[in-house]
Design a protein around this ligand. Structure first.
Ligand SMILES: NC(=O)c1ccc[n+]([C@@H]2O[C@H](COP(=O)([O-])OP(=O)(O)OC[C@H]3O[C@@H](n4cnc5c(N)ncnc54)[C@H](O)[C@@H]3O)[C@@H](O)[C@H]2O)c1
Length: 449
């Protein structure tokens, strides 16, 4: 198997980049021809392909394969070793070997694929998602939805234009305890919510060093890994997993965990940002190669409340003694939720009373749900059959990601700006507006959908 896979991998590698322009150009007619695909009924086999077989790709693959109707006939990765790991997972759980591809566009060419999991680094979310929609496939795409607001908007447009189901990998939306917490917030019992705090403090991440550039490993198609990102020499710390800390590929902890936590805020309060400001820097690890702040505070302004985001890499104790969480601060009480559970604390009142009194009955800690990543995957599969919008529909993922992107634009510019949500534009700040999109490295183009 290994030999055959290597041959396929190298053959497609030898097409290398020279062939890419033609492939991209040749893509459009196929796309237009296959916009309406059969709908998946509950009794049919569902062919799900995986694009990007790293840590999260493998987690997703394993959960998809827990659903008996799901088959995985194809996997793509630009790293042959990662690809083989994915093929092995399918072999071991199902006994068959999917086709392995270096170039994910070969998966888009296949008419037998019903859905695609996109678990590539963030700079590679938009194009596979849009191509999949254009070729009539549903998509489960990892969070954060994209590296820019412009990409996210194009992904929403593609899902809508081609009538595809697109679920974003913000699995909290499928967790019963997060739903209960959101229902509590929406009940109004906390009173008017004027401030929300969301945070991530990770003591299991730290100094990533500053290794020199070098040659990419021979089993990696580095040019295809870079894709639409700017060309630069290979560096082992700007690659697997650590891509998160570089602006070309991601947005640091602000988008990595912000996509999860700020999404809970959007879910509960359903408003769109109107402004953002942020401060942060490399205060913890000034000498490592990371570009994104290891320490950051962002304030995202909404019409009726503010969201204060905090993160620190290398420290594990955030507000309420938790490494991550969301605190909804109402006039009557405070709801705190994280992946482990939720509880409500009362606010106090000394304005009308001589003695400080509680304003509401506290709710003790409610336990967190388990296995909700799988529930999230199941929701996607159910929606493929029903054609209902999934719980973390692409538009939801886009709206949540916008707040994180705005905070990052603010931290890069070190200034406050206003945001026009309807027009998706930064008001009166050309430098900020330039960061709402980005320039793709030719021949890659963000399609106008
Ligand atoms: N939902 C969650 O809780 C959760 C958790 C972790 C990561 N994620 C998200 O999952 C995504 C992947 O993160 P990761 O930690 O698994 O990264 P990773 O670096 O471990 O894996 C990414 C994989 O994609 C491959 N890849 C890169 N370009 C490709 C291309 N053009 N075609 C095919 N494969 C390509 C890489 O070779 C690598 O194997 C990120 O967007 C991340 O934010 C989500």
């Amino acid at each position: 198997m290994k030999k055959m896979l290597r041959r396929e991998f190298l053959e497609s590698s030898s097409m290398a980049f020279a062939g890419t322009t033609a492939l991209v150009a040749g893509f459009e007619p196929i796309v237009e021809a296959v916009t309406v695909r059969r709908r998946v009924s509950p009794n049919e086999r569902i062919n799900v392909a995986l694009v990007g077989c790293g840590d999260m790709g493998k987690t997703n693959l394993r959960d998809f394969l827990r659903i008996p109707e799901v088959e995985c006939p194809a996997i793509a990765d630009v790293d042959e070793e990662r690809l083989e790991e994915g093929l092995r997972i399918v072999q071991e759980t199902r006994g068959n070997t999917p086709e392995g591809y270096r170039d994910f566009r070969r998966i888009m060419d296949r008419e037998d694929i019903d859905a695609v999991i996109v678990a590539t680094p963030d700079h590679w979310h938009a194009l596979p998602t849009i191509y999949a929609c254009q070729t009539g496939k549903d998509v489960y795409v990892e969070k954060p939805l994209a590296t820019t607001i412009e990409e996210g908007r194009a992904m929403v447009a593609a899902a809508r234009r081609y009538g595809r189901i697109v679920q974003v990998g913000t699995q909290q939306r499928s967790a019963g305890h997060f739903r209960d917490a959101v229902t509590f917030v929406r009940s109004g019992k906390l009173g008017r919510i004027r401030m929300v705090r969301a945070w991530t403090y990770l003591d299991w991440k730290g100094d990533i060093g500053n290794p020199p550039d070098g040659d990419p490993p021979p089993h990696v198609d580095y040019d295809l890994w870079l894709g639409p990102a700017q060309k630069r020499p290979f560096n082992p710390m700007r690659f697997h997993h650590n891509f998160r800390w570089f602006w070309d590929y991601s947005g640091g902890l602000m988008t990595d965990w912000g996509a999860h936590m700020v999404d809970v805020v959007m879910w509960a309060l359903d408003e769109d940002p109107v402004g953002a400001m942020a401060i942060g820097g490399k205060y913890g690890f000034p000498d490592d190669i990371r570009e994104t702040p290891d320490t950051q505070q962002s304030i995202v302004e909404y019409p009726s409340f503010t969201v204060l985001w905090e993160h620190m890499i290398g420290c594990g104790i955030g507000p309420w003694q938790r490494e991550h969480g969301v605190e909804f601060h109402g006039e009557n009480g405070i709801l705190v939720v994280d992946r482990g559970g939720w509880e409500v604390h009362s606010e106090t009142d000394r304005f009308r009373q001589p003695e400080r009194v509680l304003r509401m009955t506290p709710t003790p800690r409610q336990a967190g749900s388990s296995d909700y990543h799988f529930t999230h995957v199941q929701n996607f599969i159910d929606c493929m059959a029903s054609r209902q919008r999934p719980v973390a529909d692409v538009e939801i993922g886009h709206r949540s990601a916008i707040a994180c992107h705005l905070a990052n634009i603010a931290v890069r510019l070190r200034r406050y700006f206003r945001w026009d949500g309807a027009g998706e534009q930064i008001i009166g700040d050309a430098e900020g507006q330039a960061l709402v999109g980005r320039t793709y490295r030719p021949p890659w183009v963000l399609p106008k959908v």
